[in-house]
Design a protein around this ligand. Sequence first.
Ligand code: NAD
Length: 499
Amino acid sequence: MTDLGHWIDGARVAGISGRFADVYNPATGEAEARVPLADTEEMNRAIGIAAAAQPAWAATNPQKRARVMMAFVALLHRDMDKLAEALSREHGKTLPDARGDVIRGLECVEFCIGAPHLLKGEYTDAAGKGIDLYSMRQPLGVCGGITPFNFPAMMPLWMFAPALACGNAFILKPSERDPSVPLMLAELIEEAGLPKGVLQVVNGDKQAVDALINHPVVQSIGFVGSTPIAEYVYARSAATGKRVQCFGGAKNHMVVMPDADMDQAADALVGAGYGAAGERCMAISVAVPVGDDTADRLIDKLVPRIEKLKVGPYTAGDDVDYGPVVTAAAKANILRLVESGVAQGAKLVVDGRDFSLQGYEGGFFVGPHLFDHVTPDMDIYRTEIFGPVLSTVRAGSYEEALGLVLGHEYGNGTAIFTRDGDTARDFAHRVNIGMVGVNVPIPVPLAYHTFGGWKKSAFGDLNQHGPDSFRFYTRAKTVTARWPSGIREGGEFNFKAVD
Ligand code: NAD
C-alpha cells in the first residue's frame, strides 16, 4: 500500500513513529494508501527546520514573495485536473466540486499576490516638532495550521498562502483522512520558488497536533474543524501564549418568507443542503419556512427535486450530484441521527436510509433525507449532522424564524429568501451570524473579504483570508522618532517656492 509520508525540508519523507492511518477511497470503501502519524520528535524536527528557514524568507522582499505566489497560481492551474482527481478519490466529492475546492483556495493565493501593498505601513509626518510616527507589520516567525477533511485544498491554502506571503514559515497538519492534496500543494509551491523548509506538511493525529500547539517556537495556530476540538486547540494554544484562531462546526438556517420565489428557494436548498453530501461548514441544514402555507408549498417543491438527486462515485462524471461521505464512521453517525429524528417525532418526508448503489456496496454512500415538523428540542436540530439531511422547522412568523437563528449555539452562516428589501435588511442587521446570504444560500465571501462565524463556530478575534489574514499573520510595530533639531531654521515647507 502506498505510504504517503510527510513533506519535510523539501522532500517526501517516510514517518518514523511506526504509527499509520489508512486512507480510504470512500466510493469503494477500500483503503488505498496509508499516512504516517507523526510523533513529537518528528514534529519538533520540522519546527526546528522551519525556524532555521524563516529569517531568510522574511528578509526576501515582499515583491519577490508575491512572485512565488504568482508562479504558484500558474502551477495550480496547470495541475488542476490532477489535484481534483486526487481530492475526489480520497474525499469522495464530485470532480466539479473538487475543482471548486482548489479554485476557492487559489483565489486566496491571488489575493496574497497583493502582499507588497497589503504590508505597507502607515506614516504620520511631523506628529510633533521633529517627531514622526510610523507603523509596520512584521511576520510572526513559525506558524502552525490544522485543517479538516472537507476542504483539503481550500483550507490549507487559506492558511499557508497569507502566512507565507507575510514572511512566515508554516507547518501544516492536514486531516489524516485526505492528506494527498496538501502534500501536492507543498510540492507545487516549492516548484514555484518557495525555499525548502518554509512550508512543511507533517501528517498525524492528536499527538502531532499537541506537539505543534505546545511547542514554544510556534507563534500562532490556525485551526478549522469540529467545535469540541476547536475549543480544545483554542484553549491550549492560548494558554501557551500563541496567537490563535479556531473555526468550528455549524448549523446553518435558511429562512423562507411567504413572498419568496419558491422555485428559486427550493433549488437553492437542494444545492446547499445536499451538495458535497452536506459535508460543508456552510451547508444549509435547516430550512425555516414562515407560515404553514409557505412550508407546504416549499415541501411540495423540494420532494421531487430531492428524489431526482443522483448519488454516485466521482468517476461517473457530471451525471452525479453528490458522492459518498468520507468514512464508514461518518455514515454510521448520520444514520444514527436520522433514526433519532424519527424516534423523536420528526416526519421523514424523503427517506434515504435504504440507499445502496450497485457495484459500490462497500462505499460510504448515504441517500438524501428530508425531515419536516422538526422542533428545536430534537437532536437532529441541535447537532451538526454533516451529511445529506435537511431538517424543516416551521415558524409561525418572521420574528419566530429570526428567534430560531438567534437562539442556536452555532453562528457560521445563514440565509433569507424573500422579495422584500425591508425584511432582508432587518434580518441581515439583527442576526448574530458571521456570514449572511440574501437570496444566496451559501454566502461564502470572496477571498478579498474575510470568512468566519460567530458563537460556537469560531474562537479568536480575526477571520480567515482577506485583510484579516494579513493582520493575523503579522505583528504591528509602531515607531515614534524624534530628531532633536526639529525642523531646521528656514526648512519649513515653502508653498511659494513650489509655485
Ligand atoms: P475534526 O475536528 O475531526 O478534525 C479537524 C482536525 O483536527 C484534523 O486535522 C484532525 O486530525 C484534528 N483532530 C481530530 N481530533 C483531534 C484531537 N482529539 N485533538 C487534536 N486534534 C484533533 O473535523 P473534521 O471532521 O475533519 O471536519 C469537519 C468539521 O469541520 C465540521 O464540524 C465542520 O463544520 C468543520 N468545518 C468548519 C469550517 C469553518 O470555517 N467554520 C470549515 C470547514 C469545516
